[in-house]
Design a binder for this molecule. Structure first.
Ligand code: ATP
Ligand code: MG
Length: 686
């Protein structure tokens, strides 16, 4: 019946529906959805994918790229639900078939393994996270002698940042240094040499860093034969949050779909917040004219997420931007409740305010899960985490996660990675030095032997390792051989833990909590079909940390969301708190900020505010602790309200000041003395 209209279409507005139906369910010309926060972009994308599948597209031939693994999983669930309306029982083809959904990096890793043999890569390559990459950069830096001969040579972190920017922005080193690292311009020659060494080291060791996953993909797609093969794999390619992609990612899309047919990208230029990772807002602005046939452009202007009071405040903030964003969002959701600007004395009070308000809202019927606390950087939530823990309020923290960064978790994963790829030196150093008596030089010698033949190393008689190591060497060799020969996933991980536990007690304090982390890791591993997939996923997009040492909260439990603003992208909650809405935090570091950076900070606040559906609190502590910014060190500073809310737009907020009622100091007047006890203490020694 050609008049049949699935009911999911009826729920969409005119623009959304045009985007969903663009091309009539077949392969269509390029499509761009560019629209403001909460206007249903992601929702429209999910409908479009469902609509394609309902109209016969093969889910296995759809490539869906989102900015996190979580977003991809969420999208897949939604598509299944929407398509289920028409497909009924057959909707399981979505879950079973839509398996090319993930981040650019994760998809890149899979494709590179697929084509490894065609492009001169060993398919057993392992992936370095940023820390490993910095360590390898450091190793090469030492080997080239820069750290010794050249005083004040850029740190390993800076070197990696420069390298990474040059790769992602696809810009010559000179330009990168001039624009973003002017204080390193004297080092152009040395850096060029260093990066050449770094690239060579990665190849010798068969490791790829994050940037390589995009770079190799882009380069591979330049080979006509591979490009054709790749392009024919995917009928449809859809990308969410396109404003935060970089030049390399755009070039990959172009190589995959040179005519743009089958390509849909979605985004909001007012929410571009990743330029520090070389994201390029021009990608989305240039998209319409990139192809022989101009792209269809759909804009959406109705916001379905927030109340008019919240939207007015968010619009006022972005309305002050130097750059004009043409979108004018409106909403039908009326509310008298303006977003609140809450002044508190310091970060401790901020934590108390958040906890009390969260509990009040829960009393009033808003589940913890429907509430989120957002902050600029991971460490800003410290005081809130402490207070939540003290009050037994469960929470999950997204972004900037510490779980996988913790040494013991990395140790255990490193063992698995070394088995996968014995040439990886950074990993080898890490693992071998877990053994008592093994220092960098022994580790280096063993790694060198390993590079030629793993068996030679494993066959090393205990007599040839340092004396202190003799006793533990056989167990290590046995573990290694076992993992290699009879690998049985996910039991491998347990074997590593059992081997590691005696060392754990020796190397780290609080072995008990650390052991709990390792059990949690085994829990996570049980959800993976293969060791390789587990290692890749964890390296690229770590799971979220929780307040609960025993493991992530069960899905039916209620927990508060803590998230960096960057990781909150695309999400929404009924009640949102934004911590530290003060100058020095949002925007961060006014001293070195260039105009463009400040503008990105404004968009960051805009992204944070537009996460809220019903109520929004921007908290401004009058005293605020800064962490070593711009070499000024850690210190308390007196802070004032963020410059992004100037007096001229204050009318969009209701201003309240909050003080801790349980704090006996709050009511009483301050004592009228001024003493400097520090001077007195120093005086004691004069
Ligand atoms: P962001 O810019 O933050 O990523 P977005 O544009 O992707 O936002 P969505 O997350 O897709 O917006 O949608 C925001 C909210 O609006 C969601 O709760 C979604 O279910 C709802 N929504 C979207 N379209 C409609 C519609 N036509 N009718 C009712 N609700 C809608
Ligand atoms: Mg979205």
């Amino acid at each position: 019946d050609s008049n049949f209209q699935p009911s999911y279409l009826a729920k969409l507005n005119v623009g959304q529906r045009a985007a969903v139906e663009h091309g009539g369910g077949g392969i269509a010309g390029p499509l761009l959805i560019i629209a403001g926060a909460g206007s249903g972009k992601t929702n429209t994308l999910a409908h479009r994918v469902a609509h394609l599948i309902v109209n016969g597209a093969d889910p296995r031939r759809i490539l869906l790229m989102t900015f996190s693994r979580r977003a991809a999983a969420e999208m897949t669930r939604r598509v299944e639900r929407i398509a289920g309306e028409v497909l009924g029982d057959k909707a399981s083809i979505v879950k079973d078939g839509l398996n090319w959904a993930g981040t650019f990096h994760a998809i890149g890793a899979r494709l590179l393994r697929d084509y490894a043999l065609d492009i001169g890569l060993d398919p057993a390559f392992t992936i370095h996270d940023r820390e490993d990459s910095a360590d390898l950069m450091n190793l090469v830096r030492h080997e080239l002698g820069f750290s010794r001969t050249e005083s004040r040579f850029p740190t390993k972190g800076t070197c990696l940042a420069i390298y990474s920017r040059a790769v992602n922005a696809q810009e010559p080193l000179d330009d990168v240094l001039r624009k973003s690292f002017p204080w390193c311009r004297n080092w152009t020659m040395a850096l060029t040499q260093l990066f050449a060494g770094y690239v060579e080291a990665k190849q010798t060791e068969n490791v790829l860093d994050y940037d390589d996953l995009l770079l190799y993909w882009a380069e591979m797609a330049k080979e006509a034969a591979i490009a054709e093969h790749l392009a024919s794999r995917f009928d449809h390619i859809l990308v969410d949050e396109y404003q935060d992609t970089n030049r390399l990612q755009a070039s990959i899309l172009l190589a995959l779909k040179p005519d743009g047919n089958g390509l849909t990208v979605v985004g909001d230029d007012a929410q571009s917040i990743y330029s520090f990772r070389a994201a390029e807002v021009r990608n989305i602005l240039e998209f319409p004219h990139q192809f022989a046939r101009p792209a269809e452009v759909v804009t959406l202007d109705q916001n379905y997420r927030s109340t008019d009071a919240i939207l007015a405040a968010a619009n006022a903030v972005i309305g002050q931007a130097a750059e004009r964003f043409t979108k004018n969002l409106w909403t039908e959701r009326r509310s008298e409740e303006k977003p609140r600007l809450v002044t508190v004395r310091d970060e401790a009070d901020q934590a108390n305010f958040v906890c009390e308000t969260v509990l009040q809202e829960r009393e009033a019927g808003t589940a913890l899960k429907a509430q989120a606390v957002l902050f600029r950087a991971s460490h800003h939530s410290g005081p809130v985490e402490v207070e939540l823990t003290r009050r037994n309020i469960p929470f999950v923290k997204f972004g900037g996660l510490k779980f996988l960064d913790s040494a013991h978790v990395k140790d255990v994963l490193a063992v698995l990675r070394l088995v996968e790829n014995p040439r990886d030196r950074v990993t080898g150093f890490r693992v071998l030095q877990l053994l008592p008596g093994v220092g960098p030089s022994t580790a280096g010698a063993v790694m060198e032997a390993m590079a030629t033949s793993l068996d030679a190393v494993l066959g090393l008689s205990a007599a040839r390792v340092p004396q202190r190591t003799e006793a533990v060497w056989p167990a290590f060799v046995e573990l290694f051989t076992g993992l290699r020969d009879r690998s049985s996933w996910p039991a491998d991980l347990e074997r590593v833990r059992l081997w590691y536990e005696p060392h754990l007690d020796r190397i780290h304090e609080d072995a008990t909590t650390r052991r709990a982390d390792l059990l949690q890791l085994e829990q996570i591993a049980s959800g993976y079909g293969s060791r390789e997939r587990f290692l890749t996923d964890l390296t690229l997009d770590p799971p979220d940390a929780t307040s609960d040492q025993a493991g992530p909260p069960h899905l039916d439990e209620d927990y508060l969301i803590l998230s960096t603003i960057h990781s909150a992208k695309g999400q929404e909650w009924k009640n949102v708190f934004v911590l530290n809405a003060v100058d020095g935090c949002i925007p961060i570091d006014l001293a070195t900020g260039e105009e463009a950076d400040i503008e990105e900070e404004r968009r960051l606040l805009y992204v944070a505010m537009t996460r809220a559906k019903d109520s929004l609190h921007l908290v401004t502590p009058q005293r605020f602790y800064t962490h070593g910014q711009a070499s000024r060190g850690d210190r308390h500073v007196y802070a004032s309200r963020t410059r992004f809310i100037p007096a001229s737009i204050l009318e969009n907020f209701s201003q309240v000041s909050w003080s801790d009622r349980r704090d006996p100091r709050a009511g009483a007047a301050r004592p009228e003395v001024q003493v400097d006890l520090g001077a007195r203490m120093r005086g004691l020694w004069k």
